[in-house]
Every structure is written in structure tokens, then in C-alpha cells.
Write a protein that binds this ligand. Structure first.
Ligand SMILES: COc1cccc([C@H]2O[C@H](CC(=O)N[C@@H](CC(=O)O)C(=O)O)C(=O)N(CC(C)(C)C)c3ccc(Cl)cc32)c1OC
Length: 348
């Protein structure tokens, strides 16, 4: 029997975690030990699938079965993926994916079932979108489409994590019934990322902003970045931010129901970063010139403050006010924005 005293595979998984996302890795490492490994492995499996979905060098004939089959591949000891493109950010993770699989197989069965079920649904959703040429050519069409896409890539993560929290015993077993709220946790984060990443996605030729929104302001999403379209660009930006803001009450309700401190921090930190990012993006033309990022000092302050629902509600109220103060009566979305912010103000 070969015992690995320091259990190197597990260490290696946390090294991958640190490589993929420094700030978030630190938050995961603080999570209660009954959930830490489950969340770390879940995160790496999702990262692996996301890397395959993002890799434009993989032909759809190979990508589709890979994604649809990923929930089985995570049970295949020794499996790795060696054909990902040269510039793929997480190439190393896929090259050593057997390490992730070994750790996944050590998780308790309830965790394996939840992770495998989430991976299966997400893999099929990603495959459906990857092969849909209409969407690839014209991007996401309707707001309903937008919510469906975000459900597959982010809502399912919130729902899967909620299952892990409930199964671990650290949160209410009934916590599992907050499917809608868990979905909102994912949709809010994903929509903020899609809003912030306008330029990066435009440069990669990807259109995530739904046509039902941008077609009110331009004939082509890419045109919004031109200086002569600045007014339409800012009003379109308000429209998609309005869409994201509608998930905030659900996210606050979800967080108000969490009991365990490290689970709360793990959930709250990305949410406060998201509302801060969204408020900085609001009516900020830099969104069409670069990737708008929070200053380091502000992020650190937010991380230190997100300790309980009162502090988190305070933070949401503050950034909500930033949006209200920047709201412009000449913006066609002016009234809807003030209504959405009014709702958030009320919740807080
Ligand atoms: C209850 O639900 C959650 C509770 C806590 C955290 C997350 C969510 O937060 C990170 C936070 C994160 O990864 N932040 C990045 C910042 C960035 O992406 O710009 C980072 O800090 O590097 C995030 O963004 N995503 C990616 C998706 C949104 C697609 C799910 C994510 C991916 C895998 C996992 Cl296991 C978790 C999350 C939750 O998921 C909804």
C-alpha cells in the first residue's frame, strides 16, 4: 500500500487553484475543512471544462463530445487532456487533470454525485451553445437566451455549491430548496463579468450582450466602442446593468440565510466585488476602452468588511447610491434604473 505522507496530489490541486485565481483561491482555502476540498475540486473541474469551451483551436467535432462527456471523464483515473491550444491560460491544469480526478474520487459520494450532476448539465449546455452557429455568428439574441446561457455557465455553479453546502451539514439541509436564489447568485456574477468584459470579448469576436438589448442603441454591438457612438454606448451600458441589478435582491436574500461564517465569506466576497465593479462601470465610458478593474485597496477593504449580512447590505447600499448619483435623466433607462435601485435600497 503506497501511502503518500504529505498527500502531494491534494497539494498540487491547491497550487492549481492559486495559479488560476489568486484572490479567490485564498477565499476557498479559508473555507471550513468539511467543504474546502469539495469546493476546490469542484472549482478545478469547472475550470477545466471552461478552458475546453474557451479554446477556439479545438474543432467543434471534438469539443462537443468532450463537453458532453466531461461528467464521465472526471471518473476516469489517469485521464488528461493534452491537445489544448498553446495560449490556453489553464493548459497545465488539463495536462495534469489526472491529479484532479484522483482527488475527486476521494470525495464523499454525496459530493461526487452533486459535482458529476452539475458537470453533466453544464457540459451539455456548453456543447449546445458551442455548436449553435447562429449564436456564434450573431451572438446571444434574446434576454431569455441570455438568462439561459448564464444559467448553464454560472447559475448551475451556484446551485451545485448550494447542494454541497446543504450536504456538508454546515448549512441547513433545506438550504437546498433555494434553487432560484442560488441561480441568481451565479447570474449576477456572470452578468457583471459580461458587462465588464465588453472590450475583451469584442476583440475575441464573442458577443455576449443580448441583441434584444443592444439593438435599441446600434446595428452592431462592436460599433458601440466608437467615440461617435458614446451616448448610445452609455445608454446601452445602463440597460445591461439594469438587467444585472434585478438579481441583487435574490443574492442578498440568499446570503442572509447562510449560517456558517466561512461559507458566508466564500459567497459574499465575489458578490461585493461584483456590485462594486458594476457601479464603477455604470455610465463609465472606460468600459468601451479597457477592462475596468477595482483598485487593489478597494478590493482588500471589501474583503475585510464582508463578514456578516449587515456589513454586506451596507456595502450594497453604498454602491447602489453611487449608481443613483450617476444616473442621468437623459438616459432612456433613467426611471427603470431608479426603480431597481429603489428596490435594492429597500432591501438593505
Ligand atoms: C453560491 O454561488 C457561489 C458562491 C461563491 C462563489 C461563487 C463563484 O465565485 C467566483 C468568483 C471568482 O472566481 N472571481 C474571480 C474574479 C473574476 O472572475 O473576474 C477571481 O477572483 O479571480 C466566480 O466568479 N465563479 C465563476 C462563475 C460566476 C461563472 C460561477 C465561480 C466559479 C466556481 C466556483 Cl466553485 C464558484 C464561483 C459562486 O458561484 C455562483
Amino acid at each position: 500500500l503506497q501511502i503518500d505522507p504529505e498527500n502531494k496530489p491534494k497539494k498540487r490541486c491547491y497550487e492549481f487553484l492559486r495559479q488560476t485565481s489568486r484572490s479567490f483561491a485564498a477565499v476557498i482555502q479559508e473555507v471550513h475543512e468539511d467543504l474546502r476540498d469539495g469546493i476546490c475540486i469542484f472549482y478545478l473541474i469547472l475550470r477545466g471544462m471552461d478552458t475546453i469551451e474557451d479554446d477556439m483551436t479545438i474543432p467543434i467535432e471534438k469539443k462537443e463530445p468532450l463537453l458532453r462527456n466531461f461528467h464521465n471523464l472526471i471518473f476516469k483515473k489517469g485521464w488528461t487532456y493534452t491537445e489544448s491550444g498553446p495560449n490556453e491560460k489553464d493548459r497545465q491544469l488539463l495536462l495534469e487533470f489526472d491529479v484532479v480526478i484522483d482527488e475527486f474520487l476521494c470525495l464523499k459520494k454525496e459530493f461526487r454525485d452533486i459535482i458529476a450532476d452539475t458537470t453533466k448539465k453544464m457540459g451539455n449546455g456548453m456543447a449546445d451553445y458551442a455548436k449553435d452557429t447562429v449564436r456564434n455568428k450573431y451572438g446571444i439574441m434574446t434576454i431569455k437566451d441570455f438568462d439561459t446561457y448564464c444559467y448553464y455557465v454560472a447559475g448551475l455553479v451556484g446551485i451545485g455549491l448550494t447542494g454541497l453546502f446543504a450536504t456538508s451539514g454546515l448549512e441547513d439541509p433545506e438550504f437546498d430548496n433555494n434553487i432560484e436564489l442560488a441561480n441568481s447568485m451565479g447570474l449576477f456574477l456572470q452578468k457583471v463579468n459580461i458587462t465588464r468584459d465588453y472590450l475583451v470579448d469584442d476583440q475575441d469576436g464573442r458577443k455576449f450582450w443580448p441583441k434584444e438589448i443592444w439593438s435599441k442603441y446600434t446595428n452592431d454591438l462592436s460599433e458601440l466602442k466608437k467615440p461617435e457612438n458614446a451616448t448610445n454606448a452609455l445608454n446601452c451600458l445602463s440597460d445591461i446593468i439594469l438587467n444585472a441589478l434585478q438579481h441583487v435582491p435574490d443574492c442578498l436574500t440568499y446570503m442572509s440565510r447562510l449560517k456558517e461564517q466561512t461559507v458566508f465569506n466564500f459567497c459574499a466576497i465575489p458578490q461585493v466585488m461584483a456590485i462594486a465593479t458594476l457601479s464603477i462601470c455604470f455610465r463609465n465610458h472606460d468600459v468601451f476602452k479597457k477592462v475596468v478593474k477595482l483598485r487593489r485597496g478597494e478590493s482588500v477593504k471589501l474583503i475585510l468588511r464582508s463578514k456578516n449580512i449587515y456589513e454586506v447590505a451596507d456595502i450594497f447600499r453604498y454602491y447602489n447610491r453611487v449608481i443613483i448619483n450617476k444616473n442621468d435623466p437623459r438616459d432612456p433607462n433613467y426611471l427603470k434604473i431608479s426603480m431597481a435601485c429603489g428596490q435594492i435600497e429597500q432591501w438593505c
